[in-house]
Design a protein around this ligand. Structure first.
Ligand SMILES: Cc1cc2nc3c(=O)[nH]c(=O)nc-3n(C[C@H](O)[C@H](O)[C@H](O)COP(=O)(O)OP(=O)(O)OC[C@H]3O[C@@H](n4cnc5c(N)ncnc54)[C@H](O)[C@@H]3O)c2cc1C
Length: 501
């Protein structure tokens, strides 16, 4: 997504752009799998921060509404802890407060309203000063926030964990769990992530959207527009090395041996692959080495074509484990798949309102978090079978029975994610955002190598579709600025002041 966004931004500004994608389809993690005739979204399913996409398309003179109509979800997500404990979050804040009041009492409803207000303040404080800044760092952030920086510290709470901060708003551990789960949107633990991540709650509150036709359309729309603006898209082009001349990028070589010349390269693979020398040993120093043990979460997913019975699924559903602390201790401490994992179920044929069941078999994506150890270990068939049995029997305890045959189930493990996204161990969100420094541990768009730029979920401002769009735009902007200033420099150095092409 970041590479496509960068390509669109650059092509719309008149740059000559070639997108090299090794897969046979665009989108990367934004991918679909097929079971029988059904295409199932097997990557991101929650679309948020619509204005970021609007801005991207506007830069190419188009409107999102016209190119990619979206439908607003009434129910943000349905949450369950058992057969009798269910809670919906709504697009309407007052309705959510009422639902929380009925679920957990008036005090918790008041706590929610305070939380929603503070999450909004955190988002506003961070949006321009951090999310849209190309060179984040603690001092720079404070400078950019100016006089607001000190008072903001008490609600940004960078030194407090999200989990602990949530206890200030909620006494009911289930609500702490619900809002703490937002840390997993960047593959992190709510017990280690800074409270600042409460901004994700605001992002969802601002709108969750359904993409008719499937999430893949998001990538395809941006790819189509980039091509309309003149970008060349080459699928099935596996970049093996990024090449340098006199210390500066001058192109890439493909697995076929072909050399593709370029004045600059924006790399959209995980930065871990660059740091481990996968694109050339001489480039390993281009970024700081990712912290050992600092990987974000991987996942085990089951794409299913089946019949869901018993539980009134909405589009987005979360079934919470009985012991959240144990779940994250297993994920990040013991580095094991949790015994009783929290399960996310995306019912892709249900609307994001009441969620009426379709008549035929329906498309589901079920996901649990897993440690990013796909390069170290693979699960035996027995382990996977046990994990699957536990996951689906936990759903049954919450009232959801999924009838399906093995041929209607496609599993993806950390090892398969490692194959798709090399050098990551299957980690899906770059480095984990743990501790106050976590948010600053991702590299920015510029690298130590002239002409080499980075974009993607492992780069600032982080994972998630809207963040990667921002990262792509930031990389394009840095590249254009650098190109303009080197043209100016060369112009000055050239006798007669003529600009060099
Ligand atoms: C299961 C899952 C669920 C998620 N849920 C959500 C969600 O609900 N909402 C949300 O906003 N985000 C979600 N995310 C996160 C979101 O999908 C990612 O942050 C985002 O899509 C990552 O985009 P990216 O730009 O980093 O590139 P990637 O998607 O990682 O794509 C990188 C591209 O580079 C290509 N590439 C890599 N190496 C080479 C090479 N050597 N040569 C040529 N091409 C190469 C790859 O093939 C790939 O197409 C989810 C992710 C996963 C995996």
């Amino acid at each position: 997504m970041a590479g496509l966004s960068a390509a669109l931004t650059l092509a719309a500004r008149g740059a000559r752009v070639v997108v090299l994608e090794r897969a046979q389809a665009v989108g990367g993690k934004l991918r679909q799998t097929r079971i029988e005739d059904a295409l199932i979204d097997a990557g991101p399913t929650v679309f948020t921060m619509r204005p970021v996409f609007e801005e991207l398309l506007r830069c190419a003179g188009h409107s999102l509404e016209e190119r990619l109509p979206l439908v607003r979800a009434d129910v943000l997500a349905r949450h369950a802890w058992s057969e009798s404990e269910r809670l919906d979050l709504y697009a309407d804040r007052a309705r959510t407060a009422d639902a929380i009041g009925t679920f957990a009492g008036a005090r918790e409803a008041q706590g929610y309203l305070r939380f929603a207000r503070d999450a909004q303040r955190v988002f506003r404080a961070m949006e321009v000063a951090y999310l849209r800044d190309a060179r984040p760092g603690p001092l720079r952030l404070v400078r950019r926030m100016g006089a607001r920086a000190l008072p903001a510290l008490w609600y940004l709470r960078p030194f407090e964990s999200l989990w602990r901060a949530l206890a200030r708003y909620f006494r009911d551990a289930r609500l702490q769990q619900l809002f703490g789960r937002y840390a997993t949107y960047c593959g992190s633990s709510p017990f280690q992530a800074p409270a600042t991540l409460m901004l994700v709650a605001h992002v969802e509150q601002e709108g969750v959207w359904v993409v008719p036709g499937g999430m893949q359309r998001v990538a395809q729309t941006v790819a189509d527009l980039a091509q309309e603006c003149g970008a060349e898209l080459r699928l099935g082009s596996d970049v093996q090395r990024i090449l340098l001349r006199a210390g500066r990028v001058n192109g890439v070589s493909l697995a076929t041996g072909e050399f593709v010349p370029a004045d600059a390269v924006i790399l959209n693979a995980d930065v871990a692959a660059l740091a481990d020398g996968s694109f050339g040993a001489e480039l390993a120093h281009a970024v700081p080495r990712p912290r050992a043990g600092g990987r974000s979460l991987s996942a085990i997913t089951w794409a299913v074509l089946g019949h869901a019975e018993g539980f009134p699924l909405s589009r987005h559903n979360v079934f919470f484990s009985p012991d959240y602390a144990a779940e994250f201790a297993q994920l990040f401490g013991a580095r094991q798949v949790p015994a009783w994992p929290t399960v996310y179920v995306c019912a892709q044929d249900r609307d994001a309102g009441p969620g009426t069941a379709p008549d035929a078999a329906e498309r589901l994506l079920c996901l649990i978090n897993a440690p990013a150890d796909g390069d170290d270990r693979s699960y035996s068939p027995t382990e996977l079978e046990q994990c699957e049995r536990r996951t689906f029997s936990f759903l049954e305890r919450c009232g959801l029975k999924v009838r399906r045959s093995p041929s209607q189930t496609l599993i993806t493990t950390p090892r398969q994610f490692e194959t798709l996204y090399p050098a990551t161990g299957g980690s899906l969100y770059g480095s984990a955002t743990h501790g106050w420094r976590g948010a600053f541990s991702r590299p920015g768009a510029r690298t130590r190598v002239p002409g080499l730029y980075l974009a993607g979920g492992s780069v600032h401002p982080g994972p998630g579709l809207p963040m990667t769009v921002l990262s792509g735009s930031l990389a394009a902007t840095c590249l254009l600025k650098d190109a303009a200033s080197s043209r100016r420099r060369r112009g000055r150095d050239t006798r007669g002041g003529t600009s060099m092409p």
